[in-house]
Design a protein around this ligand. Structure first.
Ligand SMILES: [Zn+2]
Length: 454
């Protein structure tokens, strides 16, 4: 029954994501794969210019901002000219969402709830066209490596496929329409992982994709239980793939891992090439890298990612601070021959795992504030295995319902055995690297007797 539901869901998703806009975008990506940056910049400029004209005419928020900063997209000569506009912080977007949105002009928009790397939730909409464009970019990674997405795929990326308090397998469902098998990211205990590995071995996937934190645990278990699972391709996304995780995953599965960086707001994307560099996609959005002084970063510098997406007119984000950091590569001519801005790495979502009393290790807890009214910023802290503390910085729209929703979301992922305490704070402290750590664990990290930490 559950497999049937997953297959129907898979069928519907497929229809939604792989329509005419997908085809058009995918063809363009194939045509532009090896264009030099000078050509990409020209296309980018003309797209961003007409996008900004549309925004001025249809978004009340930006009309005012453009006026205030005396910015006229009609006479914009260089794309850099938008640097006259202020950087848009997530709090500002939340407060002005109605004035920013152009949703009413579009049919079939899709609601997106994102938390990004900072624990700051944001609700927005994207057009159907933009959803399909984004899907084409997801497919681009596979195209670069000539991997057919119709191959058998094992996915472990936060889908709820089994009841959270479930103690026995199956912790997976099969979508027969798309040859996908979805594995739960919420039941990864040393004991359960044995069943995961047995199932994976039988399924024999061509591709494994999902959260780096989940695939890392699968990789440890593959070694421990001698699964000899040997996919052709592994893709991570959503949370940051750390060097030590990459090494364990590649050794365990005898297969390279590739990373795709995007964000729920659909305004920046970077894809890892065979040379191990991340290529920021210039026709996906206009990306600025700014150093600590707010200046354009120099090669080798670590920089904030400021993103302007020009493919989602339903909810324009212009000079938006995504909250992630990137290391701008010293060498901007990648030997793979593809264009784009070249990054060595992205310092995005780095989270600890939450440990539950029954031994589950749960990474990527971003769902906890999704759709919750009034949360400015949040953090989950764990000092003991039987308890978590959820710190919340709230605004005046936060209410009883918000509190119930946070606890409900937490229970949905963590089960009923953990104590959950809420603590309201004025602000969440940043780590030494200037970023928020969304999940902070003070417990010892151990898996199969191996200590690990992030
Ligand atoms: Zn490259």
């Amino acid at each position: 029954m559950r497999n049937m539901i997953a297959s129907i869901y898979g069928y519907k998703e497929r229809r939604k994501r792989y329509g005419q806009h997908f085809q058009k975008q995918f063809e363009e990506l194939k045509m532009t794969e090896y264009l030099p940056n000078s050509d990409l910049e020209k296309i980018q400029h003309s797209r961003i210019k007409s996008f900004l004209q549309f925004v001025r005419d249809n978004s009340r928020y930006y009309r005012n901002i453009f006026q205030e900063y005396n910015f006229n997209p009609n006479i914009m000569e260089y794309t850099d000219d938008i640097k006259i506009l202020p950087i848009l912080e997530k709090e500002v977007v939340r407060k002005n969402a109605k004035e920013i949105s152009c949703e009413k002009l579009f049919k079939n928009t899709i609601k997106v709830k994102t938390s990004g790397s900072t624990g700051k939730p944001l609700n927005l909409v994207i057009t159907e066209e933009n959803l399909q464009q984004d899907e084409a970019y997801q497919s681009l990674l596979y195209y670069w490596y000539r991997i057919d997405r119709k191959n058998k795929m094992a996915k472990c990326a936060g889908q709820t496929v089994a009841s959270i308090d479930q103690k026995k397998p199956p912790f997976w469902v099969t979508d027969y329409i798309n040859s996908n098998m979805y594995f739960s990211s919420y039941h990864l205990t040393e004991v359960n992982l044995k069943y995961y590995i047995e199932k994976l071995k039988r399924f024999n996937p061509d591709v494994i994709e999902g959260y780096a934190s989940s695939i890392y645990l699968l990789a440890l278990a593959n070694q421990m239980y001698k699964g000899h699972i040997n996919p052709k391709f592994i893709r991570t996304g959503s949370d940051t793939l750390l060097d030590y995780q990459r090494k364990v995953i590649e050794d365990s599965f005898q297969c390279k891992v590739y990373n795709l960086y995007g964000s729920g707001e659909n305004c920046v994307m970077a894809i890892e090439c065979p040379k191990g560099k991340l290529h920021i996609q210039m026709l996906y959005g206009y990306t600025e890298l700014l150093n600590d002084d707010g200046e354009s970063a120099k090669p080798g510098e670590t920089a904030r990612i400021i993103a302007t997406g020009f493919n989602n007119p339903a909810f324009p984000l212009i000079r938006y601070n995504i909250g992630d950091l990137a290391v701008y590569s010293e060498n901007q001519n990648c030997s793979c021959g593809r264009g784009g801005i070249i990054l060595d790495t992205i310092i995005g979502r780095i989270e600890d795992y939450i440990d539950t009393p029954d031994g589950r290790k749960i990474g990527r807890m971003d769902h906890i504030f999704k759709g919750v009214e009034g949360v400015i910023n949040g953090q989950i802290v764990q000092y003991k295995v039987e308890e978590i503390i959820i710190k919340i910085a709230k605004d005046n729209t936060y209410n009883d319902l918000s509190e119930k929703q946070v606890i409900k979301n937490a229970r949905k992922r963590l089960g009923s055995e953990l104590n959950i305490k809420l603590r309201y704070v004025n602000e969440i402290p940043k780590e030494n690297n200037g970023k928020y750590k969304f999940v902070l664990s003070k417990l010892n990290k151990e898996m199969f007797g191996n200590k690990y930490d992030i």
